[in-house]
Design a protein. Structure first.
Length: 368
């Protein structure tokens, strides 16, 4: 396929010259002045109309679809391309651009034009709204890229060129931080609507130890910032034992101060150290709040005990021989240390039960 290049202002004189045919013998000065003036006028016309000038040539000379050769003096796109010395694909791109513009009322339809007819043409800048120099734009994939480019306010031809040259895109990303950042943001925008890409990206991260560690570090920093942000936004905070309590004014002010520092960081700045400092400061203040309130301190100890009891219960429930069929199987895994450790646990549990029972037993009159 012949690569098509959109006409540019610098290409206009060459295009005009090519249409005039082979270079003629040097002309007298008066003829030279006339030729220069004609070139200047042609250049001016092209500067004002851009690709419309060539689109008009196609529109007034190429047969529209549905018309037979005997119905019009116009010729087919293939014949026009042979006379022009270019590909039929390139001719059809001009043809389709004119057709779209005609549907929008910008220019006359093909049927209203005859060979050699001149019409008033739109401004040059408008041409790029209808014309694409790439045949890939005519595919469903090209249409999607074109729509995305228009939504971003850029020329579709630029986006199509990038899409057709992934190696060039890779080189730009590797060499230029700005391009890499733009690519990162574009990928993040796409992940929400492309589950397959999201899955592949996650797999790539998991396979790379450095990236996996970086993700874990960022997740930890995010959790810490979220802890501080909840205090500011909801006025509540979790204690070390997991209680959700109302945050005192002093604690909220300190959390808000640290959060404002984090929010003011530039996109490229690391937030991990700032998040750690904010989290540690807030946790210290939470611990001080708990210790300074006798009732809250008792609730915290109770919550901590229940939390430990729940974890221990879950572990103890797994200490069974449900998967053992007989005594011989138990004998195979038996070690003296197992019994010793279980006996230690039994004594610890017994001590806890005795302490709780003693605390709830009724006291005799006069006992101190």
């Amino acid at each position: 396929m012949t690569a098509a290049i959109a006409p540019s202002e610098t290409a206009a004189p060459e295009a005009t010259a090519s249409e005039a045919g082979p270079a003629a013998d040097p002309a007298p000065a008066v003829d030279a002045a006339r030729l220069v003036a004609e070139d200047a006028r042609a250049f001016g016309a092209y500067a004002r109309t851009g690709g419309w000038a060539f689109g008009l040539r196609v529109a007034r000379s190429v047969r529209p679809g549905g018309q037979g050769a005997g119905e019009t003096p116009k010729i087919s796109a293939k014949e026009f391309a042979e006379l022009a010395g270019c590909s039929a694909d390139r001719v059809m791109r001009y043809y389709k651009a004119w057709d779209k513009a005609a549907d929008d009322g910008m220019v006359p339809h093909f049927e209203a034009l005859a060979p050699g007819m001149d019409v008033e043409l739109p401004d040059a800048d408008v041409w790029l709204t209808y014309y694409t120099s790439r045949s890939s734009a005519l595919t469903p994939r090209g249409n999607a890229i074109t729509e995305a480019a228009e939504a971003e306010g850029i020329r579709p031809t630029k986006a199509l060129e990038v899409a057709e040259n992934p190696t060039a895109l890779r080189a730009a990303i590797l060499a230029d931080p700005g391009t890499a950042e733009a690519a990162r943001k574009a990928l993040m925008d796409r992940l929400g609507e492309d589950p397959a890409l999201r899955t592949e990206l996650v797999r790539d991260i998991v396979r790379a130890d450095d990236l996996k560690k970086a993700v874990a570090a960022e997740a930890k920093a995010g959790d810490r910032v979220g802890y501080v942000r909840q205090i500011v936004e909801k006025g509540q905070v979790k204690t070390p034992a997991g209680q959700l309590i109302e945050a005192p004014a002093e604690l909220r002010e300190e959390a808000e101060r640290h959060l404002s520092l984090i929010d003011e960081l530039d996109d490229g700045e690391e937030s991990g150290e700032w998040a750690r400092e904010a989290y540690d400061t807030v946790r210290d203040l939470v611990a001080q709040t708990v210790q300074s309130d006798p009732e809250l301190r008792v609730q915290e100890r109770r919550a901590k005990f229940y939390s430990s009891l729940q974890k221990a219960t879950k572990v103890f429930e797994e200490l069974t021989f449900d998967d053992i069929q007989n005594a011989e199987d138990i004998q195979d895994i038996y070690e003296d240390d197992m019994v010793r450790r279980l006996e230690d646990l039994q004594q610890a549990i017994g001590a806890c039960i005795s302490a709780l029972q003693a605390a709830t037993a009724p006291r005799e009159p006069g006992a101190s």
